[in-house]
Design a protein around this ligand. Structure first.
Ligand code: AMP
Ligand code: ZN
Length: 138
């Protein structure tokens, strides 16, 4: 099936099969591959076959399907890898840590004592500041 791809995008080439990958799952919309720089054993990436740079560009159909697939993969990983938990991570923009500008979801199996941190430092806004940001968003 021909799909929308971007010439210089490595994840388009991987999703399309032009560059080989350790594929865990494939269907019409997605390919799921092993990450080459895994945080933990089994760290995988869900790649849509159509190019979208990030969440902002993702078509609704793909956006709805991606969490269903993440759940399916999570259940399979729990069964096969016996992981103790799982982080879904999805970065948008350089400031958020996105290094490949083709939307992807990280599936990061977690194991007790794996030593990885997917974390942020909580801040302490005032009640007024929280009210203000709420008003700004809605
Ligand atoms: P992000 O920082 O969210 O853009 O994540 C990019 C991820 O892609 C990183 O975890 C990389 O290890 C991974 N990665 C980059 N190139 C490849 C590749 N050719 N095959 C598999 N994983 C890759
Ligand atoms: Zn792409």
């Amino acid at each position: 099936m021909e799909y929308m791809k971007k010439e210089d995008c490595i994840f388009c080439k991987i999703a399309n099969g032009e560059i080989p990958s350790r594929t865990l799952y494939e269907d019409q919309l997605f390919r799921v591959i092993l990450d080459l720089g895994p945080a933990t054993k089994g760290h995988a990436l869900i790649l849509p076959k159509d190019h979208a740079a990030d969440l902002y560009e993702l078509p609704d159909e793909t956006a709805s399907a991606v969490l269903v697939l993440a759940k399916k993969m999570a259940l399979g990983m729990r069964e096969k890898l016996h992981c103790d938990g799982l982080n879904l991570v999805q970065n948008n923009g350089e400031v958020a840590g996105q290094t490949v500008r083709h939307f992807h979801v990280h599936l990061i199996p977690r194991y007790v004592g794996d030593g990885q941190k997917i974390n942020w430092t909580p801040t302490s806004p005032t009640s007024e500041e929280l009210d203000a940001v709420k008003e700004q968003i809605i």
